[in-house]
Design a protein around this ligand. Sequence first.
Ligand code: FMN
Length: 386
Amino acid sequence: MSKVLPSNKIYSIKEAIQLSKKRLPKLVFDFIDGASGDEKLSEINSLALDQIRLEPRVLRNVEKRSLKKKFFDYQFDYPFGFAPMGMTNLSWPGADIMLAKESAKNNIPTCVSMASTTTLEKMYELSEGRSWMQLYIFQDENFVMELIERAEKTGYQTLILTVDVPVLSRRTRDDKNGFAYPFKIGPKQFFDFATHPTWSLTTLFKGIPKPMNYVTSKSGDGIFKRKESRGSTDFETLKRVRDKWKGKLIVKGVMSPKDSIKIKDAGADAIQVSNHGGRQLDSATAAINILPLIRKAVGEQFPLIFDSGIRSGSDIVRALALGADYTMIGRPVMYAMGADGEKGLKRIVEILKEETSTTLGLVGLNDINDISSEIVAKEVIGNTKY
Ligand SMILES: Cc1cc2nc3c(=O)[nH]c(=O)nc-3n(C[C@H](O)[C@H](O)[C@H](O)COP(=O)(O)O)c2cc1C
């Protein structure tokens, strides 16, 4: 079998964005890149990370750098994994499989969305057991419980319950493009697909992406109703999931220190601080701004994961400095696969690894586990906006 080399087209996430914008139908690129409301929050997430400046340290011998990071009982090789994303195969046919294999190769976790385009069983097998299952609670709780049972039977040990989509926010670009699932192909969409023939023909050849966990379900109707309300999810629901799931439970999409304390007390094993990459409450604050407050609320030892806005290795280091134990990457991997398929994904993972390692060395550390708020620059003139 020929070895896939990393893409030689991508040198940064910015480039992956530009390339994927050219290669993907507009409707698909906008689904990935888009955000809620005025879309400012997805930008603010990254701008706020950017505002955190680090302090270079010198004369420290940083030859033996290690990015190995323990989370729960797992010893991962790098401090980042792949965030759960539904309909991933839209970014490129076979995207889920690329993510699963890349997670096995790098010994990092890949989160499998309940709306994933590959079954949770296949993802677990291909990631060699490094998959974490993500769920929303829709109205049909039977289906959710069936997925929990399937995950347990497959061998999954970690479940993510996403709680920041009680109602699906309005995404202007999706509305304008007529993005719907199942696809509705009118003249506008037909023109969009026709003018992006590489994606369209590959997708036609490999099969239109389907939400495979739904398609293979025994209890549900097999249909993923993206716009169905998830509004009845509450602390009672969390309790039911906690009672049912014996493995590790992560609650994702938490942006309030008060909620964090209640979720910790309700028996969650970890919290994922996230504003869904700016795709939900558009008037929320940047996820990174709330991270230190949540860390303070839950205490030093409670496991915290961070996502939303990470666009470089420096951002990973920044999140760890502000209180995260682990980070998740969302859109960048979708852009990378949209730009250059498997090669693009490999390239972005290499870039993130290299940038994280370089940043670690430049702040004077060898071990990623030694990162603390100590590495944040203490500026004489405060509040400089760059
Ligand atoms: C196309 C797309 C689909 C997503 N689908 C899900 C999902 O099914 N479940 C979930 O918990 N989060 C989902 N998310 C949110 C991500 O898990 C993550 O929180 C977010 O992308 C992080 O922000 P970033 O994209 O700025 O890195 C999705 C995000 C994108 C971009």
